[in-house]
Design a binder for this molecule. Structure first.
Ligand SMILES: [Zn+2]
Length: 211
């Protein structure tokens, strides 16, 4: 599994859901393509520049030493991704044909955020016959989450996850509890205990293809 496509409805979703696994994949030399759908200009306080979240995401990519070709930033309007469903599908099909990922990681089909639901559904529609598809865990958005696949990570990967999330100063400022070090470590310890490891991140498996 060399080519990994990561789908983030908003800039911080993939970091929160699987930031430690991403740092593990980068360390393993996988070819990463990371697509963001909305930079959520509309949900920022008025005193912040509209491109704040885009800048913060670019800082994350820089921090992870990803080159410019490894990220694609779209500017769909936050909470209105449903209005662009077909456009999002076509974008994903284009990426499927050019990047041809072996693994796609995106939101869960059990995620109740309206934008996450759209990306999850279009992800399955676009990649169901081509790629393995797994979903990252964002517990505050789920009622159910099936912990079917685990990536073990080291404390170094986990520290890197906490470190890249610090790039989101606009979100840290809001004191969102799921940005806290205690929560991130606690969840990684919980998932680690399930697989006899110090730390892990859990995923749902939508489809798995071995060639
Ligand atoms: Zn989101």
């Amino acid at each position: 599994m060399e080519r990994v496509l990561i789908l983030s409805p908003h800039t911080d979703d993939a970091e929160l859901g699987c930031g430690a696994t991403i740092t593990r994949f980068i360390e393993e030399g996988k070819n990463i393509l990371w697509v963001v759908f909305s930079t959520a200009e509309e949900s920022l306080p008025e005193d912040m520049a509209p491109d704040t979240l885009e800048t913060e995401f670019r800082n994350v990519a820089r921090n992870l030493k990803l080159n410019a070709d490894s990220i694609i930033i779209n500017h769909f309007k936050v909470r209105y991704l449903h209005e662009k469903r077909q456009e999002i599908l076509e974008l994903l099909v284009k990426i499927r044909n050019s990047f041809d990922p072996e693994l796609v990681i995106g939101p869960s089909l059990n995620d109740f955020h309206q934008d996450h639901t759209i990306v999850a559904n279009e992800m399955v529609r676009a990649f169901k016959s081509h790629s393995s598809i797994i979903s990252y865990e964002l517990p505050w958005n789920h009622i159910t989450f099936n912990t079917q696949l685990f990536f073990k990570v080291t404390s170094k990967h986990l520290e890197q996850k906490i470190n890249i999330l610090k790039e989101y100063k606009s979100q840290m400022k809001k004191e969102r509890s799921y940005f806290s070090r205690d929560f991130i470590r606690g969840l990684a310890i919980t998932r680690g205990i399930q697989v006899n490891a110090d730390f892990a991140e859990a995923f749902e498996v939508i489809k798995w293809i071995e060639s």
